[in-house]
Structures are given as structure tokens and as C-alpha cells.
Design a protein around this ligand. Sequence first.
Ligand SMILES: [Zn+2]
Ligand SMILES: [Zn+2]
Length: 228
Amino acid sequence: MKICLFCQQNSIESNLFEWLFDFASHEKYLCQTCRQLFVPIDPQTACPGCGRKQSVRKLCRDCQCWIKNSSRQLLNNRALFCYNLPMKNFFERYKFRGDYQLRLIFQRRIQQAIKQLGNKRVIIPVPVSATTWQQRGFNQVEGFLEGIDYLAALTVKPDFSKDSQSHKKRRQRLASPQPFTLKPQLNLQQQACLLIDDVYTTGRTLYHASKVLQNAGVSSIKSLTLAR
Ligand SMILES: [Zn+2]
Ligand SMILES: [Zn+2]
């Protein structure tokens, strides 16, 4: 009998139908109770900019502000689940406590979405800094991409870490310098790309990552996050 990866208490009732058709979903690793905790976002009605869950497909308030107050180009993000309390808890355990096996819960769901979005696109994960990598031992985004072809095209500049950012004054922080660079000797000219990140919060991370890819001459960029 399999035990739920999330609560690590309840067993998973195997549904013959699911196993037969090999549903590529998060449901294989979760008990009935935990399945209900994660709220999926319907792409038909989500915000076309950030992927936020909405009842009608239109630009959300954040994305409207984004366009109005900056010259920034809107992202074209697809998010799979709402960033609710259980999802926050998931990331707390996966990222900050480094429970690497938790990647399995959403790995298949993300890869399924990549197949839908990423046809002939270069799959590019958002990187973590060297310091984070040393502390955590893995890149949480790459954990989701295990077993599929992707290109770790971006790196975090060595002098950039979240810690150094948090010491800066608020105004400096808002100016938000570019944390990423393209790895040398990569040619992404005229390539269509799909950026993958864990959570869309302010959009700043994906914005910076997109900017680097745009400067490298890619033809189009979409992005996919597990949560929004
Ligand atoms: Zn459970
Ligand atoms: Zn939006």
C-alpha cells in the first residue's frame, strides 16, 4: 500500500482507471484528502498575462498595473495551481527543508503541461544561485524536469544573492537589477523558448529571465509555473 507523499499518513486508494490510463497527474502521490488541497487553475479563464485563477479571461489588476506603470512587456504565463496555504507549505518543505522526494508530486503534472505548451520550444528552467544550490543541494525547478530534455541556459550572477538583496534599501531593491546571465557559447537565435519556474509572485524573476532570452535573439517566449 502506498502512503501519501504530502501528509505521509493516509494511504492512496489506487484507482484502476487512473493506473490503466496512466493519468499524468499529481494524484498518484496524494491521498483523497490532500488532492483537494491543491486548487488547479483553468487556462481558459486564467489571466493571459500572469496565469492567475479568474472566472473570466481578462488581464488581472496586477497585470494592468504592470502595463500602466512600466514599459515592461507582459509575460505570457501559464500557472497550474493557486498559491494557497497548502501550496506554500509544499514549497516550504520542498525548497527550504529540502525534501527532494516531494518533487514527484507535481513532476508529472508539470511535464504534461510542458508537452502541451512546449512543442518544439527550448525548455529553460529558472536557475538558483550558487549559494542556494550549496545549501539546498538541488534546483527545485530542475527537480520537476527530471527525465525530459531541457537546457540550463541561464545562471545567476555570482555577486547576486537574495541575502545581499535584502540588505539593500527599499528603493534600490525595487529597482531590481538583472540577476541572470546567459551561459557563454549558447546560440538561442530564433528559437522559441519555454521558461519554467516554481512560483509566479511579482513576475519580476520571469521578467528578468525573459529579458536575457530576448537579448539573445529568441523568437518567442512563454512561461510555465507550478503556482501563481
Ligand atoms: Zn495525504
Ligand atoms: Zn495577471
